[in-house]
Design a protein around this ligand. Structure first.
Ligand SMILES: [Zn+2]
Length: 368
């Protein structure tokens, strides 16, 4: 039997290469090569010619779309900064004219969400920069200016009958901006696997952070120790993510795919492989097929190993979205030789963490 493939929309434009935080900070890791190397691998693998991928152009998000998520005062401060240049926070340079790319990035996420909710594609991947998940209602931080995934979600909620949304965030860093936007919203499930915040930016995302008021239990933080790899991430999918999403029954699944969990990433200490990122996407698609007709919109967050990890991880994610085999996606041998030591067996520690996470949310939600 020939396995049915699902075509994937990649939202991309060279406009994303114009964002240049390195103008103010020459060694800044959020660089255009992140997307150049991914587009190169898409071309090398002939994903477009093989009918696996369509590249769809983004548009700019407009002010109304931004203000569904961010305070007007904050957005005005970004517009002021755009004219003169400066810093949003010490990690987040804002060179003059930066806002255009930030708005195209949010607009790319919007296009991804729209294509999926309208049924034009079941799967879409916004291959965008700058990233968004550290941007909160009234602040930018951690290379992020506006929160792309939240802007996407609020856009589709405003136009279509989408109420309950589940966000899975596997970026190595806790998405504190997304958490803060949705901390009191019981209709948005936010599940984040990230490097233990006592060892990583932004220093938040501990197990006890479960949301506020009537939303308690719908925010799930799963901090993992340095070196944690594919096996432990799959344990988390089996024991936490899958049962919670089945309980929650979302209308739509949105993914903050940050490939800085890859073992070669220069600014983090996790141990996930490219294929591991693909496996997380494969599992997310499987869950989506059971709960929301397979509809998944993916937004790129971090990932700074521009040619050793990120393009391979993105390739695995795209193939998994298309429901194609990912077993052949491997990083070059030299990547393992150089960085393989970062991977550890943390299964005992992660079992304990899973137990604590379940205890923390068990008063609020029912896990089968
Ligand atoms: Zn990150």
């Amino acid at each position: 039997m020939v396995r049915k493939m699902t075509k994937v929309a990649i939202i991309y434009d060279d406009i994303y290469l114009e964002h240049r935080p390195e103008e103010l900070d020459p060694t800044h890791p959020e660089r255009k090569e992140r997307l150049i190397c991914t587009m190169d691998i898409i071309k090398k693998e002939k994903l477009i010619e093989r009918g696996i991928v369509d590249v769809v152009k983004p548009r700019m998000a407009n002010e109304e779309e931004i203000l569904r998520v961010h305070d007007k005062k904050y957005f005005e401060s970004l517009k002021d900064l755009d004219k003169v240049g400066g810093y949003v926070d010490p990690d987040t340079p804002a060179p003059r004219g930066f806002l255009k790319c930030a708005l195209f990035s949010a607009g790319g996420a919007i296009v991804a969400g729209e294509l999926v909710v309208k049924g034009e594609y079941s799967r879409a991947f916004a291959l965008i920069r700058p990233p968004g998940h550290h941007a909160g209602p009234n602040r930018g931080a951690g290379f992020c200016y506006v929160n792309n995934i939240a802007i996407m979600i609020e856009h589709i909620r405003s136009k279509w009958n989408v109420k309950k949304v589940a966000i899975i965030d596997w970026d190595a860093h806790f998405g504190d901006g997304t958490y803060d936007i949705y901390s009191g919203d019981p209709n948005t499930l936010y599940i984040s696997i990230h490097q233990d915040p006592s060892t990583a930016y932004p220093g938040r995302g501990f197990i006890h952070e479960i949301g506020e008021g009537e939303a308690k239990g719908t925010k799930v933080c799963i901090p993992v120790p340095p070196g944690t790899s594919d096996n432990e991430y799959m344990m988390i999918f089996n024991e936490v993510i899958e049962p919670i999403i089945h309980w929650f029954k979302p209308d739509f699944i949105a993914i903050s795919a940050g490939q800085d969990c890859h073992f070669s990433d220069p600014i983090t200490e996790l141990g996930v492989t490219a294929r591991g990122c693909g496996e997380m996407m494969r599992r997310s698609v499987e869950i989506a097929k059971r709960v929301c007709n397979g509809k998944v919109a993916v937004v790129l967050e971090g990932g700074y190993s521009v040619n050793a990890g990120l393009p391979y991880a993105n390739l695995a994610v795209i193939l998994a979205l298309a429901e194609l085999d990912i077993s052949h996606v491997v990083e070059p041998n030299e990547v393992y030789e150089k960085y393989g030591w970062k991977r550890r067996d943390n299964s005992t520690k992660v079992s304990r963490i899973i137990k604590k996470v379940k205890e923390m949310i068990s008063n609020y939600i029912e896990l089968s």
